[in-house]
Design a protein around this ligand. Structure first.
Ligand SMILES: [Zn+2]
Ligand SMILES: [Zn+2]
Length: 281
């Protein structure tokens, strides 16, 4: 089958690979989104890997499903405390070899409506991550730092929940509504932005860390009594919530390309010419 494989130096290429075996059902992939975290793995350390975790696949009976790429146990102390992505079982991927392939083995999924365009179901996973993160954002004025695709999803979800949402980005093409004063909370939704976050958050405010944003100085946290909250990835209940919400969420439409045009899609992502790139098969 065809798949996008990371090469020895980290360069990706569409190549023939064996069909995946192991646990789970064999499903035909319909579409897979390209995530910033996939692009970060294009290095020698990930040589041979097939990336992609924002996957829509088709079951034998024609139903379409969004795949769960890591599954927490739901029973351990950390799961019960709401830190599912730190569950020991969460480390093992549940999609093989990865979503940027014709076929995958998968163990868990949520059904998506038949009438959706191919790309829409690929947004279930990122939206699920955002819904889980949004639950940690206190009510009030919120600044999103990093207004790419994830930042936009945060904005849509938080606005719907009644927050007053502002957004900034180092790329002027992605600028949002600039904050007109201090905010109660900041969401770090991309690399960098810690300085902006600390400059804008009120004393006693909250900084929600959703990305490898860099170093947060402890002195500032201490003197201004800030709350720092980390949140990463999704958990199965948020996948179902994301399907329900995506019905009428005005998400930005992605650039959609055939998997054969992976190199072109990667360039669109790297040049930041597309907010989101989705590959179809
Ligand atoms: Zn992702
Ligand atoms: Zn657990």
């Amino acid at each position: 089958m065809r798949a996008v494989v990371v090469g020895p130096e980290g360069e990706p290429a569409v190549a023939e690979v064996p069909e995946p075996d192991g646990p789970g059902d064999l499903l035909r992939v319909v579409a897979c989104g390209l995530c910033g975290s996939d692009v970060e793995k294009l290095d020698a350390a990930h040589a041979g890997a097939v990336l992609g975790h924002e996957v829509v696949a088709e079951l034998d009976d024609g139903r379409r499903v969004a795949l769960v790429h890591h599954a927490s146990c739901g029973e351990c102390e950390r799961c019960l405390a709401g830190h599912e992505s730190t569950c020991e079982r969460f480390a093992a991927p549940t999609i093989r070899p990865g979503g940027l392939a014709e076929l995958v083995r998968a163990q868990a999924w949520v059904e998506v409506p038949a009438g959706w365009p191919d790309w829409r179901g690929t947004m279930v996973e990122p939206l699920a991550c955002v819904l889980r993160g949004a639950a940690r954002v206190p009510a009030g004025r919120v600044l999103i730092v990093g207004n790419g695709f994830i930042g936009r999803l945060f904005g849509l979800v938080l606005e719907r929940r009644g927050h007053d949402v502002f957004a900034v980005d180092t790329d002027p093409r992605r600028a949002g509504r600039r904050p007109d004063g201090p905010v109660d909370a900041v969401v770090l939704a991309g690399r960098g932005g810690v300085e902006t976050a600390l400059a804008c958050v009120k004393p006693g405010g909250t900084v929600v860390v959703f990305a490898e944003a860099g170093v947060i100085p402890a002195g500032e946290v201490y003197r201004r009594e800030l709350t720092i909250v980390g949140t990463r990835s999704a958990a199965p209940p948020y996948m179902s919530e994301a399907v329900a919400l995506l019905h009428d969420l005005d998400v930005p439409e992605p650039a959609v390309l055939l998997l054969e045009r992976f190199a072109e899609g990667l360039e669109l992502h790297r040049r930041r010419d597309a907010l989101k790139v989705v590959f179809t098969l």
